[in-house]
Design a binder for this molecule. Sequence first.
Ligand code: NZQ
Ligand code: ZN
Length: 384
Amino acid sequence: MLNFEFKNTTEILFGEGQSKLIAERLNSNDKILLLYGGGSIKKNGVYDDVVAALAGFEFVEFAGVEPNPTYETLSEALQVVKEQDINFILAVGGGSVIDGAKYIAAAAHYPGDGWDILVEGAEVTSALPIGAVLTLPATGSESNGNSVVTKKATQQKRAFGSPLVQPQFAVLDPTYTYSLPTRQVANGVVDAFVHVIEQYLTYPVNAPLQDRFAEGILSTLIEQGPQALSTPHDYAVRANIMWSATMALNGLIGKGVPQDWATHMIGHELTALYNLDHAQTLAIVLPALMFVKKEQKREKIMQLGRRVFALENADEEALIDATIKAVQDFFEQMGVKTRLSDYGLDSQAASEAAENLRRNDLHELGEHGDITPQVAQSILELAR
Ligand code: NZQ
Ligand code: ZN
């Protein structure tokens, strides 16, 4: 096992009605920015619950954070934070809103242009405190310190991470996810699944506990994901998916083991260029990446096949191929298509994404640092 440090500072408030606890987590003199997206929270009652929970507190609203939040929109919100002397951000929504809150929180205390934090690696030394009310289980953003922001002007989707922007608390009320469109339920399950894979499907380092945590989450998503599509108002199913998605990327399962993240980095370029949903890009990239990297990942691919998909092929090559197919079939079963052509894209997308990786100086992806833009291009060629 590799050395590690681990601390997760987010308090999880899990279950129906837990938004009532928000007030106890705030200070009476907080001036709050209530940050949300395109308005789904106004239709499903989440907005009403949150406003009720904020009774007696001073707050200002900023709506319109878009999926794949943009620097351009977040800069407008930052302006509000500065003009109104905001000292707490409450993000209500999916990963995009929570990631947006993290960017604003860091940029508010950064002396220059906040975009430097994403492209120059400028250090975050201070940030506004954040709380989150999660409405879409997927990214794990509610209990990690990561944020992904897109600059429309340059078609760059970049990430930063700091413990200083990790939410202090996160409300996880499964009933808030009943109103999700099917596409977003499916996206969430696929995203969480791939988060686990990025921290699991590398090479063995004799870390059986991490492996079994990962396999437990993958098995749960494979079992519960299709149920969320067929019985959308099943509380237990929604609760299981919500907790799985949080556990997939709250730092725990990746400690002490190598991590990959190439699927995500290649996928981010597809979103930046063609505005595909985050999970759609992952469903395209992962099966092809597994195929191209099957020699280096062979031990863990076989373990995945045997333990998670209960495959029993005696022949190792057949087992590996069957495991890759099982992953692809699961995404398709969830309704998330796995080929570039399914989204109207072709070889040009492969070369443009590779070019964007070069432009962003992403030359050494994967757990071995050997996925160059050229290899990424061949992965995407395979996913045509
Ligand atoms: O904008 P609203 O009206 O809220 O609608 C959203 C949006 O259109 C809708 N939605 C969310 N909750 C809903 C709902 N609709 C009905 N009922 C509800 N309860 O769903 C749409 C998508 O929302 P979004 O927040 O964009 O989705 P997601 O949570 O999948 O977040 C994706 C973003 O997170 C980043 C992605 O790159 C992408 O930008 N990621 C962040 C990570 C992190 N911080 O750790 C890791 C991930 O790998 C990922 O990269
Ligand atoms: Zn993701």
